[in-house]
Design a protein around this ligand. Structure first.
Ligand code: 8YV
Length: 319
């Protein structure tokens, strides 16, 4: 098995007991493509990151490969059709990261609404010398309308949190989410109607050919001028130039972003110059507990597949 990032030895021990495991030496740098292409030639399993492209070129050089376990619930780095053709089982890490990611979405929402990062910087930069009634005044969260685009597992967990803040929950999804409607009182909405109604627009959709650039100039124009846009789905579902313009021209009030079309985002990116943008380095699922569970699930999927059993979480595309 080849692992494309340095992971804690402790986490991969069970896998090491049943397989010969090779691991890329860097924790923060992706494995170079040519090294990966070399390694797959003799690998039966791969443990990959979102930064590793698993495509036809790679799979064609991996005659013994049985399983690709991706350390993510998303799988836009994997060509599923090519996997099918090469009889390779792709796996992801759903469920274990749901609540952690929903926590982060809510943290972003609150940080954007109540200007927490701006206020923290203001104080630490020694600017808190005076006080006025509207000093760092932000937007209320309680009793506001949250519009969730992408109502799968994480969306539902966000809706549950929103309920605790007495928010009105509306959502848009490819299909109706009966659980969210009956248990959480979430109301299904057309995409445009959601944009027009929500105070907080939360994007949780994956990147596909159809969702590419879904949040474009037209979408931001439809949103309220007081609206905040939260993105923890995928960066490329947003036209970032349009987002920048919308923020600059006051079409929307602010944004909380955990994902970007290019990651890491270049430090001179225009979005990072705006005060009303809270930006995070893709840490949605980054709690120590959850990262360990994600690694453990990847290992279990690999171990099962290599033993000729069904993996726990093969990628299912029906949601
Ligand atoms: C990543 C994510 O897994 O699961 C996903 O789809 O986007 C994140 O949880 C994480 O950043 C590691 O790449």
């Amino acid at each position: 098995v080849f692992i494309t990032r340095r992971l804690p030895e402790k986490c991969i021990k069970p896998l090491q007991q049943v397989a010969e495991v090779k691991m890329w030496s860097e924790e923060y740098k992706p494995v170079p493509r040519e090294v990966l292409l070399q390694e797959v030639q003799t690998s039966h399993g791969l443990l990959t990151m979102l930064s590793d492209r698993v495509d036809e070129t790679l799979l064609a050089q991996a005659p013994q490969l049985k399983c690709v376990a991706n350390l993510a619930v998303g799988y836009d780095n994997i060509d599923l059709e090519a996997c099918r053709l090469h009889h390779v089982i792709p796996c992801n890490t759903p469920d274990v990261l749901t609540e952690t990611t929903a926590d982060l979405v809510f943290a972003l929402l609150m940080a954007s609404g109540r200007r927490l990062i701006e206020a923290n910087d203001y104080l630490k930069q020694g600017k808190w010398q005076e006080w006025g009634p509207f000093l760092m005044a932000g937007a209320d969260i309680h009793h506001k309308t949250i519009g969730i685009v992408g109502m799968g597992r994480i969306g539902t967990a966000v809706a549950r949190r929103a309920q605790g803040f007495a928010m009105n929950v509306i959502y848009h999804n490819r299909r109706r989410n009966v659980e969210a409607e009956s248990e959480l009182g979430a109301r299904f909405c057309g995409f445009e109607s959601l944009l027009e109604t929500a105070d907080f627009v939360v994007n949780l959709i994956p990147y596909t050919e159809t969702t590419k650039g879904l949040f474009n100039q037209n979408a931001f124009t439809k949103m309220k001028k007081t609206a905040l846009f939260i993105n923890a789905g995928r960066g490329a579902t947003v036209d970032e130039d349009a987002l920048y313009q919308a923020l600059l021209e006051g079409e929307i009030a602010g944004a909380g972003l955990d994902v970007f079309s290019q990651e890491p985002i270049p430090k001179e990116h225009p979005l990072l110059t705006l005060e009303q943008v809270v930006a995070l380095p893709h840490i949605g699922s980054a709690s120590v507990e959850t990262r360990k569970q994600m690694i453990s699930l990847c290992c279990k999927n690999l171990m099962r597949t290599l033993a000729g059993e069904k993996p726990i979480t093969p990628i299912e595309t029906s949601r």
